[in-house]
Every structure is written in structure tokens, then in C-alpha cells.
Design a protein around this ligand. Structure first.
Ligand code: SAM
Ligand code: SF4
Length: 481
């Protein structure tokens, strides 16, 4: 049986897809990149912005004929859009067989089996945020963390590890608290067991995932685990060499966490701490829970406690009521904050959020687009300058694989059916520094998965270019006495 899966959205979705694929493999499925030959077609979806949903509905539209010709193909929609739109998906695409929310993914193999055997449509979603007591709603959003399968990851030496699900912050623009349910931290002992298993299988870098990862808190026996405690315990795992975590909530950036990042050498000196806007009026309407002044204080504290830390942010431009003056305040904040990079989004109204209920989406699209470009240009200029500070420096890189250019070249060669490249053949590789900067350099496939020292000789806003430092191995000198 062949499985085709397409994933849109955040790292949490990538992890969910990895785990769904692993569980279907146990049922005898093999992955295919060709949707035409697939027996089961799954879309793991995102509903953070309208654009992500449109993409999935048009992909579903393209499958209408395939399903008519091959009615035995099983088509499923998983994840956040499945939870948000529920039965509406069956209405818009009646040939879809399966709808499964992010809190029900453990049921996917059984549901696919049922549809194959008995036909019909199935839908499994979690309770909405007002559909029961907190406990009932929490129970209906189950964290999906089955045993890991190293063959399923894009690189076997890197893995995502979920440490919490859901979100309770309810920023007014955001659909995540509705579709991913209440904030629930996983047991520290389960996280540690998973990390030990991953390390035992050759994983060298883990990225801890949570919507507000630094709000992690879990009581087990008579001990309350904070994020800093978790990092300290993970740091003890021998074969693990690098630990990252995303995404941080500015208000929960406590000093014990900053001390952990500073003092634990395996923890990346990289913090993604989205501010969203540089205007207090906008932040208030977004209900982010902090002012620009408070964010500046957090940023100053991060820089003071962790010298050399790389900080990144997210921004939404064109949120309801954002004036030119509000936007200029965002530009000012970016100018002074010197983020390593920023992810910039045009506001997309999400039905069901407080923002959609309370405020008009009144910034025209061309203004949103112009602000987006202006902010991006400023951030790119800063990223370029910050990256140039690395010229001549030696950085430690975890080699992830062939660079995009090398992959393209390899694909073209394969299309011309040239023999596959020798293991020792030189090619362009890519990897990341301890502070999450992308580095491109020439090496060979054997080096993939290794940590290598690289000296940087060029840079642009997105990439550092370097050369592997080759250690001189000469004859040893010793004296006879
Ligand atoms: N939990 C994380 C946080 O609080 O920063 C991020 C979650 S969200 C999936 C990732 C980013 O998408 C947010 O930081 C925000 O910038 C953006 N985003 C969320 N809702 C949005 C919306 N309605 N329109 C545009 N961008 C949005
Ligand atoms: Fe959405 Fe805000 Fe929660 Fe992030 S913190 S997931 S932006 S509600």
C-alpha cells in the first residue's frame, strides 16, 4: 500500500506528519512522492492564515477526478483545518473520506482501515473551547507521541520533541487556542525517555516544541518541572549534543531559563521570541499581554545574560486599525533590536477569533503588502550586517545535507540518468551553527550528520559561506631521553 502525505504549517505539523506516517508504516504502508500511485492521500493542514487553507482546498479540488476514477483511494484531511472546518470539508469536497483533528491523530490508522473495509466517511475531532469543562476539553485533545522511528525523519540525527500541546494565551488574531486546545505540558519523565531513545538511535540534535514552549510547567510527584529544569536534565543525556526550543512567549522569559541557556553548553544560544508589533496600541488590541517597553526589557535581559545570543521574532503587519504611525513604531523596534531574522506576515482574519469578532480588518491589502515589503527589506539589511560580523570566524556546524543548489543539481543529473554520486565526491553542503545560522560549504556526503568546524569567508542576509577547517595531521615530534 502506498501513502502520499502533504504537510503545511509549523514544525508541530511536521512532527505530527512524521508520527502519522510511522504509525501507518506499521500497517504496511510505504511512502510515495507520486500522488497518482497512492492508495491513501493525506493532507496535514494549517489554519493560521487563510492562504494555508486555500492551498489545501485547491489541492483537494484537483483530486476530484482521481477519486471518481479510483473510488478505493482514501483521501483524508488532518490537523488544524480539520478541527476548524470539520463537516464543512465534506460539504466542500464530498469525496473526502476522513477528517481528523490534531488531538485525535492516534486514531488515523484504525480509521483508514475501517474506511477500506467498510467504506463511508469518518470524522474525529476534539471538543471546542466552550464545549465542556476544562478537564473534558483537555482529555479530548490527546498528545500524539508514539514510539519514534528514525527512518521517518528527514535527517536521522535531528528530531523534534513535543513538550507541550495547545495554548491558553488567546491572542486576538490567533486560531491556535481553538484548534489545538488548552495548554498542556507533557510529563518530564516521558520527554526525557523519548530524548534518551532518540539519542540512543543516533540523534544528535533535538528541538523542543510548544506554542509557548517557555511556559512549560509540569508537576510530577512532589517536584514541579520548569523549562530550565527540563533543559538541565536533557543536557545530561550523553549522546545528545545540541538542544533547541521554539517558540517563546516574551512574558515567560524568566531568569532561570536565561541562566540555563547561558550555562548549559549544549543549549543553542538562539531564542525565537516573537513580539508581533512595535506599537502599544496594536499590542493591546492583539491582547499580547505586554508593552513594547516590557519587550525591550526582555530583549536587553536576554542580551545581558547570554552574550552573543541570536534573537529572532515574528511580526504581523496590517492588524486591525494599524496606522502608519503604528507601523513606523514597528520599523523603529526592528531597527534597534537587531534580530537575527524575522518572520513577517500580513494579517489574515480568522473567523472564530476575538479579533474577527471585535475589530474590522480595515487595512487594505496593498498597504499590508507594502508594509510587509518595507519591514522585510529593513530586516534583511540588518540580517546581512549581523551575518557579515561572522567573516573570518570559526563556527561549529551540524551538517544537515546537500544544499538546495546541490540537490537541484543532483536531481538534474539523475534525470539524465548519470550514475549516482560517489560517497567521497565533493558537493555543496548545508548545516547550522549553534546560533541557528545557515552555513553553506563544500564537503562530501560522509560528513552529513557530523559537527564540523567551518571558517566563514562570505555572507548574505540568509546564509554564511565557509570552508571546513582541516586539521593538520603531521608527524609527531618527540625526543628520546
Ligand atoms: N505560538 C507562537 C507565538 O506566540 O509566537 C506562534 C504561533 S503562530 C502559528 C506563528 C506566527 O503566525 C505568529 O507568531 C504570528 O506572527 C503569525 N500569525 C498567527 N495568526 C495570524 C493571523 N491571523 N494572521 C497573520 N499571521 C498570524
Ligand atoms: Fe497564537 Fe498567541 Fe498562542 Fe502564539 S501565544 S499560539 S500567537 S494565541
Amino acid at each position: 500500500m502506498k501513502l502520499y502525505i502533504e504537510t503545511v504549517g509549523c514544525q508541530m505539523n511536521m512532527l505530527d506528519s512524521e508520527l502519522v506516517v510511522a504509525s501507518l508504516r506499521k500497517d504496511g504502508y510505504e511512502l510515495t512522492a507520486d500522488v497518482g500511485e497512492a492508495d491513501t492521500i493525506l493532507f496535514n493542514t494549517c489554519s493560521v492564515r487563510q492562504h494555508a487553507e486555500d492551498k489545501i482546498y485547491s489541492a483537494l479540488g484537483r483530486l476530484k477526478n482521481a477519486k471518481r476514477q479510483h473510488p478505493d483511494k482514501v483521501i483524508g484531511v488532518l490537523g488544524c483545518m480539520a478541527q476548524k472546518d470539520q463537516g464543512l470539508i465534506f460539504k466542500r469536497a464530498p469525496y473526502v473520506d476522513l477528517i481528523v483533528g490534531p488531538g485525535q491523530l492516534h486514531q488515523v490508522p484504525e480509521l483508514v482501515r475501517e474506511i477500506r473495509e467498510r467504506g463511508g466517511q469518518r470524522m474525529e475531532v476534539s471538543l471546542g473551547r466552550k464545549d465542556g469543562s476544562r478537564h473534558e476539553i483537555e482529555r479530548s485533545h490527546e498528545s500524539f507521541d508514539p514510539l519514534r522511528d528514525p527512518t521517518m525523519r528527514p535527517t536521522p540525527f535531528q528530531a523534534y520533541v513535543r513538550i507541550m500541546i495547545g495554548c491558553d494565551k488567546f491572542c486576538t488574531y490567533c486560531i491556535v487556542p481553538s484548534v489545538r486546545g488548552p495548554e498542556q505540558s507533557r510529563r518530564a519523565s516521558h520527554i526525557l525517555a523519548e530524548a534518551r531513545q532518540l539519542a540512543g538511535e543516533g540523534c544528535r540534535e533535538i528541538t523542543l516544541l510548544g506554542q509557548t514552549v517557555n511556559s512549560y510547567r509540569h508537576r510530577e510527584g512532589d517536584r514541579t518541572w520548569r523549562m530550565s529544569d527540563l533543559l538541565a536534565a536533557l543536557h545530561e543525556i550523553d549522546d545528545l549534543e545540541r538542544i533547541k526550543f521554539v517558540t517563546n512567549y516574551p512574558k515567560d522569559m524568566t531568569n532561570d531559563l536565561l541562566a540555563a541557556v547561558r550555562d548549559l553548553p549544549k543549549v543553542s544560544k538562539y531564542l525565537h521570541v516573537p513580539v508581533q508589533s512595535g506599537s502599544n496600541a496594536v499590542l493591546r488590541r492583539m491582547k499580547r499581554g505586554y508593552t513594547v517597553e516590557e519587550y525591550r526589557e526582555v530583549l536587553a535581559r536576554m542580551r545581558e545574560w547570554i552574550p552573543g545570543v541570536a534573537v529572532t521574532s515574528d511580526f504581523i503587519v496590517g492588524f486591525c486599525g494599524e496606522t502608519d504611525d503604528d507601523f513606523q513604531q514597528t520599523m523603529d523596534l526592528v531597527r534597534e533590536s537587531r534580530f537575527k531574522n524575522s518572520f513577517i506576515f500580513k494579517y489574515s482574519e480568522r473567523p472564530g477569533t476575538k479579533g474577527a469578532e471585535l475589530y474590522a480588518d480595515d487595512v487594505p491589502d496593498d498597504v499590508k503588502r507594502r508594509r510587509n515589503n518595507e519591514l522585510l527589506e529593513l530586516q534583511n539589511q540588518i540580517s546581512d550586517e549581523e551575518n557579515h560580523a561572522f567573516l573570518g570566524r570559526e563556527v561549529m556546524v551540524l551538517v544537515e545535507g546537500p544544499s538546495k543548489a546541490a540537490e537541484k543539481h543532483g536531481a538534474a543529473q539523475r534525470a539524465e540518468s548519470s550514475p549516482s554520486p560517489a560517497f567521497s565526491e565533493q558537493l555543496q553542503l548545508t548545516g547550522r551553527t549553534h546560533c541557528d545560522r545557515i552555513v553553506v560549504f563544500t564537503g562530501n556526503r560522509r560528513q552529513i550528520g557530523q559537527f564540523l568546524p567551518v571558517v566563514i569567508y562570505d555572507a548574505n542576509a540568509h546564509t554564511l559561506f565557509g570552508e571546513v577547517v582541516t586539521q593538520h595531521v603531521g608527524p609527531e615530534l618527540f625526543t628520546l631521553s
